[in-house]
Structure formats: structure tokens, C-alpha cells
Design a protein around this ligand. Structure first.
Ligand code: ATP
Length: 763
């Protein structure tokens, strides 16, 4: 005990100490969160401590609570699992265990804890905080600590980050790790798909999720599964018949493979378990399908975090440090959440209670309540899934006079998710009784109408689009040409094909096309139909939205590329790689990829490049290599957007760095080019494509709808913005990007965490 007292701790005026811990099941992205917390704590003038092995480390103390320095977390953003360890700790569930934990924290001078874990871990943390004054009193009363030791630690600040692959926490759209896990699942199902197709087999795939069906539902949407079983929305009583009818209908339409996804916790309305074995027997016995079961298991936890989880964990880690520093004794414990595209903080216990209420509602068979307690997005996704798979349900058809001929066209460069959106739109149309027409090869395709004997406008059938869900590129063909090239002929074709509505998928040219059609409405009545743009471009530069489908696929392709490059850079001593990214005149892709791989610097068209900037960066790199105790083993990456500067090309920058390094370090450049359009679309692009496409169809079918609009995610909302307003107020026409780019504020975060800016303590 004497020794313990000697370890004494934080003196008045000393730096604040912030602890960070990962707890519960591991999840990809946890390391990104720890890295962000450690570096941001240091940048804000605090000291950072890792509590290793979850609550076990807190209870045992000693070396399991260790100070973390800037270099300790180098490269962590790319690592899967959790490098500071996690464990389940029974001792912490009891007060005596928590008493030990409190003493260990005081001995290290820590009174702020950032915990990344599931609802169990966060509940434990909140109990700890509530008990904190009582625990300290007891430690003083029993002589374990002195009154002086506890004096400056009267309050414990807790901030939660939800790290869980299940995405089972209420009040947040996504938990750290969920999209990475979904990525693994989709890769596995895509592989299974080809063998299922070859043998015309059925596969029943079990995925994780004991109490939450998010992974199962999202995997089903992303892979076009025929049926899904999730705990929050058990199938109706006659589910055996319903599933067989849907599968049989899909087979009748020509489908050669059948995929049914079962969440681990799938149940029926009487709470009886629905097992993969039961589903297999049904498919085999009733439908005579050659059926196999695949249980994906722990593969779902593995691997490096996807781009989204890297960004989420980094930004949430930063927000958590801010929340700690802003906390007062009166503020509640917070959990950091994300709603659509907005990172925000919510009262921790409210989120935990809502999460636990889902399990209670399921146990009470109140399934409407269970699903309503999940995020609004969850139910919307469920409904999207149903309307795009239940083509044979006559009850979902609209009356004859409400059915439309809807044209679908792709404009601009291909982007991941374009096909998924088209498939979802077509399936939705067929369920509702509309007729979906694909315009092949954009507006020039439409206008070639007379020249070709084969029409480039073709009605889409369910079976034709069904396999498109996982396909990259553009199945119907895309083209950059604007309708103004031949506006008269375009109008003629609209009239000829009797289009009642237009769905345009693409990037800035898609937006411009609808703008032109809208402006031509006075002259051409054929354009007086509802039209909607779904932004889809790797550059994410479409006004009216913060997110374009395809940009996530691009980011994932780019971070895979950069991870490989970094490995090479680290293997050879002291090497800097300058990587050129796509993105047109928008620095979004470069910036977010930079944030997600921990790039040293990012050069964007918005900011440009100048000699002073390069000189400062080279000085900083030199300094960083000089101080590097790992003998320069950490390769450094610089990302440069293709249009950041006309003069300072990627190659020139790499040469300048080499020249200035004077042999102390090396420099190379790399241009991934079209690799960035990605192969198969990422699950995030697939699910968002489906959801937004279905919303677009619902927009077009609204009674009396004549609007032209662009759908977008803006902050925490999905909105349809009238074209006229977006064209006038939000568009920088000269630079082909939105006037306000939400991600500009993230540049400082990226620079701070990469060490490009020297940490400036803020008191
Ligand atoms: P996952 O979602 O992966 O299951 P989780 O955080 O919910 O993550 P749990 O096993 O429930 O995982 O909790 C992890 C640890 O948190 C437990 O081993 C225990 O140490 C602590 N913990 C959980 N619930 C409580 C509680 N009610 N009181 C105190 N500590 C708790």
C-alpha cells in the first residue's frame, strides 16, 4: 500500500489524464478509435493512458494501465481487432471489483475514461461513474487512499463509443465495426453465389446477431437474398408457405440460385428458434432444391476495418475527447453516435435503455415495438427489402390509373452501386405495377433511336436485373453527353416512349442533365414529368448531397491500395509515397482516404499547392524521420488529388521530396487510376443505393408530383431538394462541386492526427 501511495498522481496544474479502453467483443475499427483518442488527447494537451484487456486491466491495474505516446499508435488505423486487448471481466460486475478499478485509476491520476464496447461495457461504465464518489469515500475510509489523493478526482467522466459488429445500439445508425463485418459477409455470400448459380443450388447462410438482425438484413439487401430471418421482425405464422412461395416464384422467373440468410437469433412469433437446418429441410423437401448450409462464424469479426469504420472510429474518437474536455460534474455520460452523416453525442444510459428495451419487447412478443425501437432507418431498410423481393404480391400493386412508365438512365462515369440502384428501382416498379424502361448508353443512346434497328430503350424484367446487385460498372451503359446536345430529339423520344417519370443515376453530369431538362420544360411539354437525380459518382461532388453512391467503393479501393503501398514503404526504410487520387475538382476522396489511412498530408484542389506548403511538409517529414526510434520503418503517404495543382504534379512532388531529403529518405509516386472505381460495389454503396432508389421511386409516384429534385443525405437527414434551389444556391458551376463541402472541416482533424501540424495544447 505504501508503494501504491507513492505512485501519487496528478498534482494541481499537471496535465489531464484520459484513459481509453476497448471492452466486450472485438470489432474492426477499435484500433482507429484508440489511435484517435490517444493522439487527440495529446494534441489537446492531455496525457493518454490505455487500459489494456478491458475491465480486467482496470481491476488489476499495474502495467495493464500504461501511458501511450504519439508514436505508439502509428499504423493502428489499418489493423483489425483491438491491439490493447479486450476481455470479459466478471469481477467488474461486482462492487469490490469496481472498488479496485477506482483505486487503480486514482493511482494513475486518471478521471476520464473513453470506452469502446457494446451495451454491456457501457452499462458497466455508467454504473462505475454513478458509484464513483461512494467508491472514493470507501477507499479513503478504509485507508487505501488518502484524502489528498482523491482531492482532484472527485468526478469521473465517461464517454462511450459503440464498438460492436452487430450494430445493435439504439440512437446511432452505425456502430464501429458493423460495416466491416457486413463487408466480410457480403464477400462470402458473393463467393457462395457463384457456386450456387453453377449448380443451381440453394444456400442457407447463418450470420451473427443474437439479438439484432441488422447484419442479416443488410447482407440480404446487399446480396439480393431471397428471404431473411431476423429476431426483431419474425415472419408471420405461415412463414413456411410464404418463404417457399417467394423462392418458388423467383425460380419460376428464371433464377438459378437461392440464398436465404438467417440471423443467429432468428425466431418465429412464438419465440421458437428458426434454425438454418429447419430452413434447409423446407427448401429441400418442399421445393426439391439441392440445399447447403454455411455458417460464417468468426470470419465476420476479422480483418482490417473498411473505409467507413476507419472514418467513423477516427471522428468518434476525436468527438469523445472533445466531450470529455467539455464535461462538467453535472453533464450525463455520453455515447458518441452517428445519424446519417452527422456525428453527435447522446445520453449514454438512454441509448443503453432503448437498446435493452428491444430485447424486452421481443421477449414480450411485441415485435412492432421491437423494430420501432431500432433506428427509423432499420424499418425503412426492411420495407425496402420486402418491396424489392416480393414481386408476386398483388396487394402491393397500384390501381391501373396510377401506374407509370418510368425511364431509368445512367449519366457520367460508372460508380459502384449504379446497378444496385437500377435493380432496386426496377424491382420496386414491378412490385407496384409500374413499367421500368432502361435507356441504354445515356442520352446519345436515346437519341440514336432511329439510326439503330435495335431500340436502346428496353423494358426491364425482374430476372434481367436480379443479378446486378453485386455488379460494378453500369449494366445499362453510361455516357457523359448532356441532353442539350440534341434537346429536340430528346424531347421527341420522351414523347415517343410516353415516359411518365425519369430516374437519373450519375454524377455532376447527371445533375446538369436534369437541370437542362428542367429549364427546357417551357419549350418541350415532354419534359413536364417528375424527374429525380440519385447522385452516383466516385468524386462525391454532386450538389444537394453529402454522399454519392460509389464514393464508398472508391474509398475502399483506395485504402486497400494505400495499405499495400504503405507496407512496401515500411519494408524499405524511410520512404515517402505520393499517391494520386481521383475526385475531379473535389478533394473529398483524397481527404477521407487520407483520414482513413492516416496519410501524412492531403493536397486538394480546394486548397491548392504552393511552395511554402511543400517546404513546410518536407521539413516536417525530415523532422519526423529524425525522431523516429523505429529506424524510419514507418512509410509515409501523401495523397494528392489529380487536380490539386497544374504545376506540382504527383511526380514533381515526389522528385522534390527526394531532392530535398538529401539521401536521408526516399520518395516514390503511385497513380492507382481507374482502380478507384472499384470492382464489386461496397455493401454501404449497395444498401444505400437500394434505399435511396426506392425513396426516389416513391417520390416519383407521389400524387401530382411534377417536381425535379435531387435526393441527398444532408447532415442527419435524407432529403429531396428541388433542383432549382440547388442549382441556384448550392452549386459552384465553375468548379463542378457544391459551394459548401461538409468535409472541409475534417482537414484539420486529419492533419492533427497525422502529425502534420505539431500538436498545439489547448488549455
Ligand atoms: P458485445 O456487444 O460484444 O457483447 P458488450 O460490451 O455488450 O459487447 P458484455 O460481455 O456484455 O459485452 O460486457 C463486457 C464487460 O463489461 C463484462 O465482462 C463486464 O466486465 C462489463 N459489464 C457488462 N455489464 C455490466 C454491468 N451491468 N455492470 C458492470 N459491468 C458490466
Amino acid at each position: 500500500m505504501e508503494n501504491a501511495k507513492k505512485e501519487l498522481t496528478l498534482q494541481p496544474g499537471k496535465k489531464r489524464r484520459i484513459g481509453v479502453m476497448t471492452s466486450g467483443g472485438d470489432a474492426p475499427g477499435m484500433n482507429g478509435a484508440v489511435r484517435a483518442v490517444v493522439r487527440m488527447s495529446i494534441a489537446r494537451g492531455c496525457e493518454s493512458y490505455a487500459i489494456c484487456e478491458g475491465y480486467e486491466g482496470l481491476v488489476k491495474g499495474g502495467d495493464l494501465i500504461k501511458q501511450m505516446f504519439w508514436e505508439d499508435v502509428r499504423g493502428w488505423i489499418s489493423e483489425g481487432g483491438t491491439l490493447i486487448g479486450t476481455a470479459r471481466c466478471a469481477e467488474f460486475r461486482e462492487r469490490p471489483g469496481r472498488l479496485k478499478g477506482a483505486k487503480n485509476l486514482i493511482l494513475k491520476g486518471i478521471d476520464a475514461l473513453i470506452i469502446c464496447g457494446g451495451d454491456g461495457s457501457l452499462t458497466g461504465a455508467d454504473i462505475f461513474r454513478t458509484e464513483w464518489p461512494g467508491l472514493l469515500k470507501e477507499l479513503v475510509d478504509t485507508g487505501e487512499l488518502t484524502a489528498e489523493q482523491i482531492e482532484s478526482h472527485k468526478h469521473l467522466n465517461i464517454v462511450g463509443l459503440v464498438g460492436s459488429i452487430d450494430n445493435d445500439m439504439s440512437m446511432t445508425d452505425a456502430t464501429i465495426g458493423a460495416y466491416s463485418s457486413l463487408t466480410r459477409i457480403c464477400q462470402a455470400v458473393d463467393f457462395i453465389d457463384s457456386t450456387a448459380f453453377s449448380h443451381s443450388r440453394a444456400f442457407v447462410i447463418e450470420v451473427m446477431g443474437r439479438h439484432c438482425g441488422w447484419l442479416a438484413l443488410m447482407a440480404s439487401i446487399s446480396t439480393g437474398a431471397d428471404f431473411v430471418f431476423i429476431p426483431e421482425k419474425p415472419p408471420s405464422e405461415g412463414w413456411h408457405d410464404e418463404m417457399c412461395e417467394i423462392v418458388a416464384e423467383h425460380r419460376r422467373l428464371g433464377k438459378r440460385k437461392t440464398i436465404v440468410i438467417v440471423a443467429e437469433g432468428a425466431i418465429d412469433r412464438e419465440l421458437n428458434k428458426i434454425t438454418p437446418g429447419m430452413v434447409k429441410d423446407l427448401l429441400a423437401n418442399r421445393l426439391g432444391l439441392d440445399t447447403r448450409i454455411t455458417t460464417l462464424g468468426h470470419v465476420q469479426r476479422g480483418g482490417s476495418a473498411c473505409a467507413y469504420d476507419r472514418m467513423l472510429s477516427t471522428l468518434q474518437g476525436v468527438k469523445a475527447v472533445e466531450a470529455v474536455l467539455a464535461a462538467t460534474p453535472e453533464t450525463p455520460s455520453y455515447v458518441i453516435s452517428i445519424i446519417e452523416n452527422k456525428i453527435t453525442k447522446k445520453p449514454l444510459m438512454e441509448a443503453v435503455k432503448l437498446t435493452q428495451a428491444v430485447a424486452t419487447a421481443i421477449a414480450a412478443k411485441d415485435f412492432d415495438k421491437a423494430i420501432s425501437l431500432r433506428d427509423a432507418e432499420f424499418l425503412e431498410y426492411f420495407n425496402c427489402y420486402r418491396t424489392t423481393t416480393m414481386t408476386a404480391k398483388p396487394c402491393l400493386r397500384l390501381p391501373e390509373n396510377k401506374r407509370m412508365r418510368i425511364a431509368i438512365v445512367h449519366i457520367g462515369a460508372p460508380a459502384g452501386g449504379m446497378n444496385s440502384a437500377t435493380r432496386a428501382a426496377a424491382a420496386y416498379c414491378l412490385t407496384r405495377g409500374h413499367r421500368p424502361f432502361a435507356i441504354h448508353n445515356g442520352f446519345p443512346g436515346l437519341c440514336r433511336h432511329h439510326a439503330d434497328s435495335i431500340s436502346s430503350v428496353r423494358e426491364l424484367s425482374w430476372i434481367e436485373v436480379d443479378g446486378w446487385v453485386s455488379k460494378g460498372g453500369s449494366e445499362i451503359g453510361t455516357n457523359r453527353t448532356l441532353p442539350s446536345e440534341d434537346i429536340g430529339k430528346t424531347a421527341w423520344c420522351f414523347e415517343h416512349y410516353k415516359f411518365d417519370a425519369l430516374f437519373v443515376i450519375g454524377g455532376f453530369e447527371a445533375f446538369t442533365s436534369v437541370s437542362e431538362l428542367r429549364k427546357a420544360r417551357d419549350k418541350y411539354p415532354a419534359f413536364r414529368i417528375p424527374m429525380v437525380v440519385l447522385p452516383a459518382t466516385v468524386s462525391n461532388n454532386v450538389p444537394g448531397t453529402e454522399f454519392s453512391i460509389g464514393s464508398d467503393t472508391c474509398l475502399n479501393a483506395l485504402i486497400d491500395y494505400c495499405d499495400a503501398i504503405r507496407q512496401s514503404a515500411s519494408a524499405s526504410r524511410r520512404r515517402v509515397f505520393v499517391v494520386e487520387t481521383q475526385g475531379g475538382r473535389s478533394g473529398y476522396v483524397a481527404t477521407i482516404a487520407g483520414l482513413s489511412i492516416g496519410a501524412f498530408a492531403v493536397y486538394t484542389p480546394e486548397e491548392g499547392i504552393n511552395i511554402g506548403m511543400l517546404a513546410r511538409d518536407i521539413d516536417r517529414i525530415r523532422e519526423s524521420f529524425a525522431n523516429d526510434h523505429g529506424q524510419g520503418r514507418a512509410g509515409k503517404l501523401i495523397l494528392r488529388n489529380e487536380r490539386a495543382s497544374k504545376t506540382y504534379t504527383t511526380e514533381i512532388i515526389a522528385n522534390m521530396i527526394r531532392e530535398e531529403a538529401k539521401g536521408r529518405f526516399e520518395s516514390r509516386f503511385a497513380i492507382p487510376g481507374h482502380v478507384q472505381q472499384g470492382g464489386s460495389p461496397s455493401p454501404m454503396d449497395r444498401v444505400r443505393a437500394v434505399r435511396l432508389a426506392v425513396k426516389c421511386m416513391q417520390f416519383l409516384e407521389q400524387e401530382g408530383q411534377m417536381e425535379t429534385a435531387v435526393i441527398g443525405i444532408k447532415g442527419s437527414k435524407v432529403v429531396f431538394s428541388p433542383m432549382e434551389e440547388v442549382e441556384r444556391d448550392e452549386t459552384d458551376w465553375a468548379e463542378r462541386r457544391p459551394k459548401l463541402e461538409f468535409w472541409m472541416g475534417l482537414r484539420d482533424v486529419a492533419d492533427t492526427l497525422s502529425g502534420r501540424f505539431r500538436p498545439v495544447p489547448v488549455t
